[in-house]
Design a protein around this ligand. Structure first.
Ligand code: G3H
Length: 249
């Protein structure tokens, strides 16, 4: 099955109302390949989700950057999957390495979150990736396989899952994975899915790369056979995000 190129913009904890409006204006005025060719999803902070959704062109969609692991209730400061659905937010990012590292989100917790978000009808960008120490000790595949297994243990239908491989050492560092490094891990991840989840799911699930992607390095990364798109942080706040979207062709 052909995998449509996917470009996500993770705005993280950035932006004022004015800045958000400016980014959206840039995106709305951009000439990019059609929705048949590339799926574009931007992820503003929670407080700007409805504003961005209301202003953003209709061929682009929005994602939340997180949601609670189960039904809402007495969980101060959390946002439930049901609330996102209620607001018409179609996507959510789950398991970003910043949350895994800073907020101690375990593989199992991330797996539970992915499953719950899917059960409520959200589409999920599920993030995995190794630290520099893990890469240097040769455990990259063991780490990302364990992270993926924790998701696979809880999820049966992968139709609404995009897997984002984001090596922690490449995030926000300007030290992008080489195309060969990205392709190697994406290939191994697809092989893991094939052997542990199913051939159809391995063939159809989009595996996107994140970590210092920019307008200059996106083309070569996009040319790798198992790189199905990007999750972009810093560059998604800049006009060059449009160039990254264009790397789909
Ligand atoms: O979610 C996006 C990643 O954390 C990548 O961030 O492009 O700023 O390295 P970055």
């Amino acid at each position: 099955m052909a995998r449509k190129f996917f470009v996500g913009g993770n705005w993280k904890c950035n932006g004022t109302t004015e800045e958000v409006r400016k980014i959206v204006t840039t995106l709305n005025e951009a000439e990019v390949p059609s929705h048949d060719v590339v799926e574009v999803v931007v992820s503003p902070p929670f407080v700007f989700l409805t504003l961005v959704k209301s202003l953003l062109r209709s061929d682009f969609h929005v994602a939340a950057q997180n949601c609670w692991v189960r039904k809402g209730g007495a969980f101060t400061g959390e946002i439930s999957a049901e609330m996102l659905v209620n607001l018409g937010i179609p996507w959510v990012i789950i398991g970003h390495s910043e949350r895994r590292a800073l907020l101690n989100e375990s593989n199992e917790f991330v797996g539970d979150k992915v499953a719950y978000a899917l059960s409520q009808g959200l589409k999920v960008i599920a993030c995995i990736g190794e630290t520099l120490e893990q890469r240097e000790s040769g455990s990259t595949m063991a780490v990302v396989a364990a992270q993926t297994k924790a998701i696979a243990d809880k999820v049966t239908n992968w139709d609404n899952v995009v897997l984002a491989y984001e090596p922690v050492w490449a995030i926000g560092t300007g030290k992008v994975a080489t195309p060969a490094q990205a392709q190697e891990v994406h290939f191994e991840l697809r092989k893991w899915l094939n052997e542990n989840v199913g051939a159809d799911i391995a063939a159809s699930t989009r595996i996107i790369y994140g970590g210092s992607v920019n307008g200059a390095n996106c083309q070569e990364l996009a040319g790798q056979p198992d790189v199905d798109g990007f999750l972009v942080g810093g560059a998604s706040l800049k006009p060059e995000f449009v160039d990254i979207i264009k790397s789909a062709t």
